[in-house]
Design a protein around this ligand. Structure first.
Ligand code: MEV
Length: 331
C-alpha cells in the first residue's frame, strides 16, 4: 500500500490577476488530502472517495476512453483522466489497482482541494508504479486534472501544493520559493458557500479579453502590490504585509469577486486584531484568510465564528507533496 499526501493552499496576494500575467504570493498550509493506492483485481482500476460517497471500477485498458455514465460518478472524471495519464506514462495497460481518496480540505472554497487531490494521487500512483518522479514530474501530470477542473488555471494552486512553503508565482516562470517563516500565523474563515473557480475566472477573463481599461489598471496595481508583499514577507514586516492583503481585498472587491459574507468575515477578523485579511482563491463565496500574531489567532477565529464562518487555525506546510511513512494518521 502506498499513501501520497499533499497540503492545501492559500493565496496571500494576487489571485485572478495571476491568470493575467501578474505575480502572486501563495502558501501551502497543513490541511491534507491523502491518496492510497493498493494492488487490485487484475485489469481493473477502482477509484473511490468515501467522503463524496462515490466508487467506480474501470477496465484498465479502457480507462482513457470510458466516459462518465451517471451524474454520481462525474465527480471522479478528473481522477479517471489523471490515473489514465499516469498509467500511460508507466506503459501499464492491464495492471489492477484500487485508489482511495480522503481529504480534510473542504471542496470548492478556494483552498485548492482539487489540486491537492491531483497532486497526492499522482505522487502515490507514481510511487506504486516505480516511476521515480521528481516534484516537477508530479506537477506536470497533476496539471492535467487542474485543466479539466478549472479550464484555464494559472498553475499556482498545483505548484504551491507540490513544492510546499511560500511561493512567489508567475505564469511561465519557475516559481520562487521564499524562506518559510514559522512566526506567520494564518486563520482561515470559510463562508460555507462553494462556487466554481472556472466560472469566476472566465468572467474576469472576458473583461480582460475585451480590453476593459479599468480591469487593466487594477491588474497592474495588483502585480505591483504582490511585489511589495513579497518584500514585506522577506523582511518579516507583517504589519505591511497585512496592509497589502487588505488593499488586495479592495481590488478583488472592485473586480466583483467578493461577497457580503466574505466582506463581513474580513471586517470581523480586522476588528479582532488581524494584521490583514482578504478573500483567498477565486472568491464568489468560499474562504477568506487573516494574517495574525500567534497570540491573536483564537480571538480572530472566534470573531469569524460569531459572524457566521467556520474558522481553521492553520500552519505553514513546508514539505509539499510527499509519500507518507505513517499510514494511519492524517498528519
Ligand atoms: C485559484 O486558487 C486562483 C485563481 O487565480 C485561479 C488560478 O490562478 O488558476 C482564481
Amino acid at each position: 500500500m502506498i499513501v501520497g499526501q499533499a497540503p492545501a493552499k492559500v493565496i496571500l496576494t494576487g489571485e485572478h490577476f495571476v491568470v493575467h500575467g501578474q505575480p502572486a504570493l501563495a502558501a501551502a498550509v497543513n490541511l491534507y488530502s491523502k491518496a492510497t493506492v493498493r494492488p487490485g483485481v487484475y485489469g481493473i482500476v477502482q477509484i473511490s472517495s468515501p467522503e463524496l460517497g462515490v466508487k467506480r471500477s474501470y477496465p484498465t485498458r479502457l480507462i482513457n476512453t470510458v466516459p462518465s455514465s451517471t451524474h454520481d460518478d462525474s465527480a471522479l472524471e478528473p481522477l479517471r483522466l489523471l490515473v489514465g495519464k499516469v498509467l500511460e506514462e508507466a506503459g501499464e495497460t492491464d495492471i489492477g489497482l484500487d485508489l482511495e481518496i480522503i481529504s480534510q480540505i473542504p471542496v470548492g472554497v478556494g483552498l485548492g482541494s482539487s489540486a491537492s487531490t491531483a497532486v497526492s494521487t499522482t505522487a502515490a500512483l507514481a510511487e506504486f508504479l516505480n516511476l521515480h518522479f521528481e516534484k516537477n514530474d508530479i506537477l506536470k501530470i497533476a496539471s492535467v486534472q487542474e485543466k479539466h477542473v478549472h479550464k484555464k488555471p494559472s498553475g499556482i494552486d498545483a505548484s504551491t501544493i507540490t513544492y510546499g512553503g511560500v511561493l512567489c508565482f508567475r505564469v511561465g516562470e519557475q516559481p520562487i520559493r521564499l524562506q518559510s517563516n514559522d512566526q506567520m500565523s494564518i486563520v482561515i474563515g470559510n463562508t460555507g458557500s462553494s462556487r466554481s473557480t472556472g466560472v469566476l475566472v472566465t468572467n474576469v477573463s472576458k473583461r480582460v479579453a475585451v480590453g476593459d481599461k479599468e480591469l487593466t489598471r487594477i491588474n497592474e496595481s495588483a502585480g505591483n502590490l504582490t511585489l511589495q508583499a513579497v518584500q514585506a514577507y522577506k523582511e518579516r514586516d507583517f504589519d505591511r504585509l497585512g496592509q497589502l492583503m487588505c488593499a488586495n481585498h479592495e481590488l478583488l472587491m472592485q473586480i466583483g469577486v467578493s461577497t457580503t459574507e466574505l466582506d463581513t468575515l474580513v471586517e470581523a477578523a480586522m476588528s479582532a486584531g488581524a494584521f490583514g485579511a482578504k478573500l483567498t482563491g477565486a472568491g464568489g463565496g468560499g474562504c477568506m484568510i487573516a494574517l495574525s500574531r500567534p497570540e491573536d489567532r483564537t480571538r480572530i477565529a472566534d470573531a469569524i465564528s460569531s459572524n457566521g464562518g467556520s474558522a481553521y487555525l492553520v500552519e505553514l506546510d513546508t514539505l509539499g507533496v510527499r509519500i507518507c511513512e505513517d499510514q494511519t494518521d492524517m498528519h
